[in-house]
Design a protein around this ligand. Structure first.
Ligand code: AMP
Length: 208
């Protein structure tokens, strides 16, 4: 093993900003897991687990799962061995309480975030993409009413967490409008400007 640098990253943007796809590409390039709370919740709902039963109605309404439950889930995931060198968190933290929970967890391990990628996409564009996804994937929380609720929660609760991270100088703003490759290229360029580059040992090359 080479001494790959750590990469503890968040990717933040409204639903429909493409952060899921981009988060996977960034995670692959840095050789760290992508941790998407929405995906984990949906898998549990699909699998009919206790957690899934607890959160199903909340997800279908587009509301937020309680912080305690969500933060415990993320802590468990980040304690797994594959996240020792880092992670790309997608969809968490989503409000101020979760920012504090994550901070407490990381500082307890003498760790901190390296950067927060903000994907900037205008609301009309997000809505269009979510409508398309509803057709393509049939997600039960992609109905018009639930989409509106989720975007409202994003504006009210999630967008303000960027101010907190901005104060800490962590936010890398990236224009999320364009082709997938264009946006991926912008993300890697912006990370590289901060000295965050996937190791050039071959294993991580070619993700973009
Ligand atoms: P997403 O795939 O990120 O849009 O998440 C789908 C749904 O999962 C959200 O609408 C919430 O109901 C729930 N969820 C995902 N992440 C979180 C979080 N960090 N806090 C609370 N609820 C969440």
């Amino acid at each position: 093993m080479t001494h790959a640098p750590s990469a503890r990253l968040l990717i933040v943007g409204p639903q429909g900003s493409g952060k899921g796809t981009q988060g996977v590409l960034v995670a692959e390039a840095f050789g760290v897991p992508q941790v998407a709370t929405g995906d984990i919740f949906r898998e549990n709902v699909k699998g009919g687990t206790d957690l899934g039963k607890q959160v199903q109605a909340i997800i279908e309404a587009g509301d937020l799962v309680p912080d305690e439950l969500t933060s415990a889930l993320v802590r468990d995931r980040l304690e797994q061995a594959d996240a020792a060198r880092g992670f790309v968190l997608d969809g968490y933290p989503r409000n101020r309480g979760q920012v504090d929970d994550l901070d407490a967890f990381l500082s307890g391990r003498d760790e901190s975030l390296d950067a927060v990628i903000e994907l900037v996409v205008p609301e009309e564009e997000s809505i269009d993409r979510l409508r398309q996804r509803a057709i393509d994937q049939g997600r039960t929380d992609d109905t018009e009413e639930v989409i509106a609720n989720r975007l409202a929660i994003y504006e009210r609760e999630t967008a303000p967490i960027l101010d907190v991270y901005r104060e800490h100088g962590l936010v890398v703003r990236v224009d999320g409008v364009g082709t997938l490759d264009d946006v991926t290229g912008r993300i890697f360029a912006a990370l590289a400007e901060r000295g965050l580059q996937p190791n050039g040992d071959g294993a991580a090359a070619g993700a973009a």
